[in-house]
Each structure stands twice: as structure tokens, then as C-alpha cells.
Design a binder for this molecule. Structure first.
Ligand code: ZN
Length: 179
């Protein structure tokens, strides 16, 4: 990774010119909207990501800048069934094509398999990464099978309650024997 690149103020043309993938790790805390979803469960978590830009030539037109973004992480969320922590795997693996204006992006979006982004001199790659990770979040976070089924926990509490109420007959017998 070239230290001359700053992920939140990235010159895409320079990155494409460089040709070397930008590999980095960003603290979850810096992705504030995503961090909010995890409710501070794992504040030291960082997200590994990789961005690669390249020029693609078109006959009779300026070269296009394409970007490939890849990220993989797991974020802690609250399971909506048992309210415990569930690790949700998030993955981003997407191609983008930069266009000059918002109008072009709107006009060409339907017919493009890749996502379209408007070229800016200082592109905020971290915001894009965060958007993609937020979109990858499960709608209802839930364990495949919860570590402790809620019904079972109620049952255990009942058993504990019962033994507290009645003295253990064997303990009582031991007391008698000692006398
Ligand atoms: Zn659960």
C-alpha cells in the first residue's frame, strides 16, 4: 500500500495509474454508522479491505476508471430471538465504473451490471465501503440456532426455584445423623 493514498480523499485516476491494489484495515470506530449497528460490542474490531482501480479504454472516448472493492468481516449484532450476540459475516465484492456526472449515472444505471459512481477529485472510499457493509447487514440478525433456547432458560429457573423452596431431603438426613 502506498502511503500517499488516503482512503477518504482518494484520487481515483492516481490509484488507477498506480495499478497497485490498496490494501488496508480500518477501525470499525471510523465507520460510525456501521459502528452504531454493533452498539459498541466490539469497539476494537477492524475491517480488512482491498481496492483496485484500473483504466479501461473505449474507442473514441476517454479511458474509463473502474474500481473493484473487496472486504470481508464479521460484526457483532444483537440476536432478535435470544438477545445474545450474533456474529454477522459481511462481504463486499463489487465492481464500479466512474462516470462524469450524476445525470450520466442515472441514465446508464439500468443497463449496467456494474455500479456507477460519479467521479470526484477526492473520492471518499471509506464512505463507499461503509455503505456497502451497511447494505450487507442482515435485516433481522439471528443465530441459526440460539446457544440457549429462551424456553429452556425459564425451565432451569423453575428447577432452581423449587429446590430453594424445599430443603434437600438428603441434606436433612445428614444433619440428623450428625446429631
Ligand atoms: Zn440467538
Amino acid at each position: 500500500m502506498s502511503s500517499s493514498f488516503q482512503a477518504n480523499r482518494l484520487n481515483m485516476q492516481a490509484l488507477a495509474q498506480d495499478g497497485v491494489p490498496l490494501v488496508a484495515s480500518t477501525l470499525l470506530q471510523k465507520l460510525k454508522r456501521l459502528a452504531q449497528e454493533t452498539q459498541g460490542l466490539q469497539p476494537d474490531l477492524s475491517v480488512q479491505w482491498e481496492a483496485r482501480a484500473e483504466f479501461r479504454s473505449l474507442p473514441g472516448a476517454d479511458d474509463e476508471v473502474w474500481l473493484h472493492l473487496q472486504a470481508k468481516t464479521s460484526v457483532p449484532l444483537t440476536c432478535q430471538r435470544c438477545m445474545g450476540i450474533v456474529l454477522a459475516p459481511l462481504e463486499v465484492n463489487q465492481w464500479y465504473r466512474f462516470v462524469a456526472t450524476e445525470d450520466i449515472a442515472m441514465a446508464e444505471d439500468d443497463q449496467s451490471e456494474e455500479d456507477l459512481l460519479v467521479m470526484e477529485p477526492q473520492f471518499d472510499l471509506l464512505a463507499l465501503l461503509e455503505d456497502e457493509l451497511l447494505m450487507a447487514l442482515p435485516l433481522v440478525p439471528m443465530h441459526d440456532s440460539c446457544p440457549v433456547a429462551p424456553m429452556l432458560r425459564v425451565g432451569e429457573a423453575d428447577v432452581v426455584g423449587a429446590s430453594d423452596a424445599k430443603p434437600n431431603p438428603f441434606a436433612a438426613l445428614a444433619q440428623l445423623k450428625r446429631k
